[in-house]
Write a protein that binds this ligand. Structure first.
Ligand code: TMP
Length: 209
């Protein structure tokens, strides 16, 4: 495939979604054809699945059920959105992907990263991102940012305790050490313009490499 598949990862309030819009604009201005997406990506089948996962009423959802649903939604979004864009030669910037499942379901919920990797491998085959940017900000600060932003939609996962988000943070650092070639750290404590330019820089290194 001719395009480039890049993912953004991080805990709650890491700012990746805000920065993504700005990165899109900068890369487009440089002449790249960019597609910004996130699961479920407006794909009806994946939307339905995601609705089940995030519904605040579904408190009894078992953790493996949740992991399988994420993997199912991921597959559909991959096939309907990401693969066609890569075939068109676009740069695909995806807000969260397999690493979110490894960290949230595998590590923080305690299923085990290997197990979650296995079902995700079934879902995505060999279509791993060529670059993943981890937006590093401590959970205390991320959650404080969210608390300030009243417009942000609150879902079932926002209601988790700080200990859960600390595990998420720890999980991302484990992945950072495990996949140093693929995953690069962005210091997300910096200002939005600084984080944006660091992100663009990292992406350009990949695109020009
Ligand atoms: P977001 O708006 O911050 O991306 O929120 C999505 C939530 O879904 C976030 O709490 C992380 C969670 N999530 C998982 O637990 N596993 C996954 O595989 C994905 C994609 C998201």
């Amino acid at each position: 495939m001719q395009g480039h598949f890049i993912t953004l990862e991080g805990g709650e309030g890491s700012g990746k979604t805000t920065v993504l819009d700005l990165v899109y604009k900068e890369l487009s201005d440089l002449g790249y054809s960019v597609l910004v997406t996130r699961e479920p990506g407006g794909i009806p089948i994946a939307e339905y699945i995601r609705e089940i996962i995030l519904n605040p009423n579904n408190t009894q959802m078992e953790k493996r059920t949740e992991a399988l649903l994420y993997a199912a939604a991921r597959r559909q979004h991959l096939i309907e959105v990401i693969v066609p864009a890569l075939e068109r030669g676009q740069v695909v910037l995806c807000d969260r992907f397999i690493d979110s499942s490894l960290v949230y379901q595998g590590y923080a919920r305690g299923i085990g990263m290997e197990e979650v990797m296995a079902i995700n491998h079934f879902a995505i085959g060999d279509l791993y991102p060529e670059l993943t940017l981890f937006f590093d900000v401590e959970p205390e600060e991320g959650l404080a940012r969210i608390a300030q932003n009243e417009n942000r939609e609150k879902n079932r996962l926002d209601l988790e305790k700080l200990t859960f988000h600390k595990k998420v943070y720890e999980g991302y650092h484990l992945l950072l050490n495990k996949y140093p070639d693929r995953i690069k750290r962005i210091d997300a404590k910096k200002s939005i313009p600084e984080v944006t330019s660091e992100t663009v820089e990292r992406i350009l290194i990949k695109l020009k490499g």
